[in-house]
Design a protein. Structure first.
Length: 181
């Protein structure tokens, strides 16, 4: 496990514990999603924070201005990351935090690959089936269109892949024929 991943997980777990103790997880998660978006999509902002010649106090002032309406726990964590020069870990920290919150709530993220965009009804059916099968309260689906599947769907939930695509069925069929000879 890379040191960046270890650092990200530690900060995410600390933030999660703080949010849990203060019953603010539902408040912190959307704030952190916005923080992640700012760090990923605003190159000038991140360049400023990473610049070695800019005083740490000026960097903190910018964070204070940009995230002025955010909880002190989120802002203080950003200050700490700037102090330690690891602000590039923010997106990874947020991802780990969201996973911890979802795990605590019994929610899983699923990437669903299909030949075409799924309808809301199809997404709901998949959510119902896999939520029950995996004993989850909810399943958040991200639909990814992949024309190479020919038909059917492929789901990735965590590290597990459920492949009901026509392409996979044809490949299994081909393997069965090859091993039968």
């Amino acid at each position: 496990m890379s040191s960046n991943l270890v650092v990200s997980k530690r900060y995410a777990e600390a933030l999660f514990q703080i949010g849990k103790e203060k019953s603010k997880l539902d408040h912190m998660e959307p704030e952190l999603q916005i923080v992640k978006e700012v760090f990923q999509n605003n190159e000038e902002f991140t360049t400023f924070l990473k610049h070695p010649k800019i005083n740490v106090d000026k960097k903190k002032q910018l964070i204070k201005e940009v995230f002025k309406d955010f909880s002190s726990d989120v802002v203080n964590t950003l200050y700490l990351l700037v102090d330690r020069h690891i602000e590039e870990a923010v997106p990874s920290i947020v991802d780990h935090f969201v996973k911890l919150v979802n795990d605590a709530k019994g929610i899983a993220e699923a990437k669903v690959y299909s030949v075409r965009e799924l309808s809301d009804q199809e997404k709901e059916q998949l959510t119902n089936v896999f939520s029950e099968k995996l004993n989850l309260k909810a399943l958040n689906i991200v639909n990814i269109v992949d024309s190479s599947l020919i038909g059917g769907v492929k789901l990735k939930i965590g590290n597990t892949i459920y492949d009901g695509s026509v392409k996979a069925k044809l490949e299994r069929f081909e393997r069965n024929i090859a091993t039968a000879n």
